[in-house]
Write a protein that binds this ligand. Structure first.
Ligand code: DAH
Length: 340
């Protein structure tokens, strides 16, 4: 028994710990309930009574030594790990963490929505699959209008005609059918046209339609609203001009240009050396369209506009090929990481 105790004592003295786990291993081996020292105490009952006093002393001494040793080991490893923490240089640049980014079309769409929301427009979206009436007839397109042509429209079914909407103007029809004025809404969404894909045009693109119908809405309201939009979107120095145009669903109709924000109007590649960039179509809602939706054109007037999101985004970020928006090339998309 004595030899055994001496051997254990030597082991304890020689024990070294570099890591916290090694200090813990010491505690588990010697000090826990089933550890070496408590089991020695278990053997105490086999010791002849006349030796009990001496052995009791030795065992207690061993136990105290082991506890003391454990405290020292623990203190040493703790000190070591504190030093390690002190060695970390907090001024080093952090590891690069790749984050996702919004698609440029979403960025621009959200910016536009925010701008119109600030002046009281709410957001509503219509379906992408439409019938002929909402996409064409209710919007005053005559029966043989070229836009209904197979070349422009993706038809899903014939008689009755079901199609992929060719513009978001169909959503304003749905809104007017459901609500009486005042209506002040925008309709963002995807539209589809059966066009050859090239750097300038695609068969899928995005628009934001706007509609304001109430008593006494005039062309002045239209101009001021769109002027406000242009200043918020392109900057306070932007200039706008309205050119007469034609759309079946508005009368009078116009297209709005903004002064080229890249060259400030002097002429460059983006504005094709004209100093102006066309950004939207607009006009006063044709009374026929109001009647088609059971809104009294004697009482109410309204204006509408439609903005092409791809075009606006291409001009804003000088993107020369519309196909880039749909290819999901990370090298293109990650350039918009810093834009929220
Ligand atoms: N729907 C037209 C297009 O796709 C854009 C448009 C023009 C919408 C004039 C309007 C508008 O609401 O008033 O080309």
């Amino acid at each position: 028994m004595k030899d055994k105790i001496e051997k254990i004592q030597a082991e304890i003295e020689a024990y070294r710990a570099e890591q916290p786990e090694q200090a813990e291993a010491f505690r588990l081996k010697y000090l826990t309930k089933k550890g070496v020292i408590p089991s020695l105490f278990g053997e105490f009952k086999n010791i002849p009574p006349e030796q009990k006093k001496e052995f009791g002393k030795i065992l207690n001494g061993l136990k105290q030594k082991a506890e003391q040793k454990y405290r020292e080991l623990k203190e040493a490893v703790d000190r070591k790990s504190d030093q390690l923490t002190d060695d970390i240089d907090l001024t080093l640049p952090a590891d690069f963490m790749p984050t996702g980014s919004r698609h440029p079309i979403s960025i621009v769409r959200n910016q536009m929505i925010d701008i119109f929301k600030r002046i009281g427009f709410t957001v509503y979206t219509g379906p992408e699959i439409e019938d002929d009436w909402h996409n064409f007839s209710a919007l005053n397109f005559v029966e043989d209008h070229p836009a209904r042509d197979m070349q422009d429209t993706f038809f899903i079914e014939k008689d009755p005609d079901i199609l992929l909407r060719t513009h978001t103007s169909s959503a304003q029809i749905r809104a007017m059918q459901q609500t009486q004025p005042p209506i002040r809404q925008i309709y963002p969404g995807r539209v589809f046209r059966n066009e050859a894909i090239s750097a300038r045009s695609h068969c899928i693109f995005h628009q934001i339609e706007g509609l304001y119908v109430d008593e006494n809405v005039s062309f002045v309201d239209l101009k001021q609203t769109l002027y406000y939009f242009a200043k918020e979107f392109y900057g306070q120095d932007v200039q706008v001009r309205f050119r007469p145009s034609y759309f079946p669903f508005t009368e009078p109709s116009a297209e709005m240009d903004v002064s080229c924000f890249l060259c400030g109007g002097k002429g460059c590649k983006i504005c094709k050396h004209t100093g102006w960039v066309e950004i939207l179509g607009c006009g006063m809602v044709d009374p026929n369209v109001l009647s088609n939706c059971n809104i009294n054109p004697e009482k109410y007037t309204g204006f509408a506009f439609g903005i092409g999101i791809e075009r606006t985004t291409m001009v804003k970020y000088q993107i020369e090929d519309i196909r880039l928006f749909f290819e999901n090339d990370v090298r293109f998309l990650e350039q918009f990481r810093s834009v929220v």
